[in-house]
Design a protein around this ligand. Sequence first.
Ligand SMILES: Cc1cc2nc3c(=O)[nH]c(=O)nc-3n(C[C@H](O)[C@H](O)[C@H](O)COP(=O)(O)OP(=O)(O)OC[C@H]3O[C@@H](n4cnc5c(N)ncnc54)[C@H](O)[C@@H]3O)c2cc1C
Length: 419
Amino acid sequence: MQPKIVVAGGGFAGLEALFYLRYKLGSGADLTLVSDQDYFLFKPNTIYIPFGEDPEKSKIPLARPVLKKRITFWPGRAVGVDPYSRKLLLEHAELPYDYLVLATGASMRAQEVPGLCEYACTLWTPEEMLRLRHQLQQVVERAGEGRKQDILFVVPPNNKCSGPLYELVMMIETWLQRKKVREWVQITWATYESSYIQAFGPRLHTVVSEEFADRGVEGHTGCLVSEITPDRAIFHDGSSFHFDLLVSFPPYAAGQAYADLPVDSRGFLKVEPDSRRVKGQETIFAVGDASDFPIKQAFLALLQGDAAAESIAAEIQRRVPAEKMKFEPMSMCVMEEMNKATFAQVPLRYTDDPERPVVVDDEDTEHYKVGVSPLWRGGKKILGYYLPWRFSNGEPFHAGFAWDLMDMGLKVMSKVMAD
Ligand SMILES: Cc1cc2nc3c(=O)[nH]c(=O)nc-3n(C[C@H](O)[C@H](O)[C@H](O)COP(=O)(O)OP(=O)(O)OC[C@H]3O[C@@H](n4cnc5c(N)ncnc54)[C@H](O)[C@@H]3O)c2cc1C
């Protein structure tokens, strides 16, 4: 009898775990994927949709990789787990498992800020990005008629991934320049963070401050939004900003509730840091945005998928998990600005402070690297081809000769174009 491994969620973390398991175990495991979508959405590329990119280009159908890797695909939603009888509960069925990987991601709680659902252009899905495209076109039309426009960006508390909103403010600023209406548009930024893109530490704060100064963006930190009216964002200290267009990335919560498993105050599954094993559970793992790691990012989701899959594969093969596959929190991203991009590799470390369980290890100067250059846009494009190519072939991001090449390329680029 082959061990039965079920993965719930076909995003970065779930697919990485699934394809790594097949890569490591070959035919020695029976793999099932449960997903409520029949495609993988490459979210980092959805930032191009407001500027004309076809939303379908960010979707990679799952049919090919699951067929190629002999994975059973079960369309539908996971709604819970019965850890006692080892079953994943679906809407109309139950799936028994020997090992379970929960990778059902996060969801948006725009309703936590009164008025945000009604009056803001939010980002999360391709549909929301299309709405932003439409609203931006209207801003350009009005500005073209000589009418002053205010675009306001707001990061509310409990947003766990502000990076894409920083990308959009820079991209929109570049785009308005190209549309020759920039002088008619005031751009204001208000974030709850105490520094810009706080999760990436002081060096990114400096980069963003300089960009905002160069681009004439009025930036504010430490702004706790309390309410949105049809044309103003109101903050806890009583201050407010007017907007014609409000763009915001809402607060995060878990994508799926799991009643019988340990979760934090926002429903994220509590796990052992190295292996991503759910606390108190021998055979259940949680990876990516669904788990309690406080920074939600694709690169971190891939690392977590690898760590969980390696722990499972090692148990099945009766060996010790490879040390290098343990989850070591190291964040990496390339922030698009449309005329250049910012690369950041950011070492993180755990603390004993429950308020800030993870901080940037800014003393680790060997690994903390930042670079700004138009050439980094090429780096982002390459990553944007590499990962969909790997996943569409049922291969994990971080494995094999292709990854060795990619890793070498990234190291060379970061040596030459970052410090
Ligand atoms: C606009 C935008 C841009 C971004 N850009 C970047 C970037 O440049 N770099 C970066 O590192 N990160 C970026 N991120 C963050 C990154 O996309 C997420 O951190 C990443 O997608 C998390 O991967 P995941 O597998 O945990 O979750 P997801 O990718 O969200 O996947 C979860 C999967 O589970 C499925 N699912 C959900 N609930 C259920 C259920 N109950 N049953 C079955 N299936 C279910 C979903 O359909 C989905 O397929 C961006 C995010 C956004 C919104």
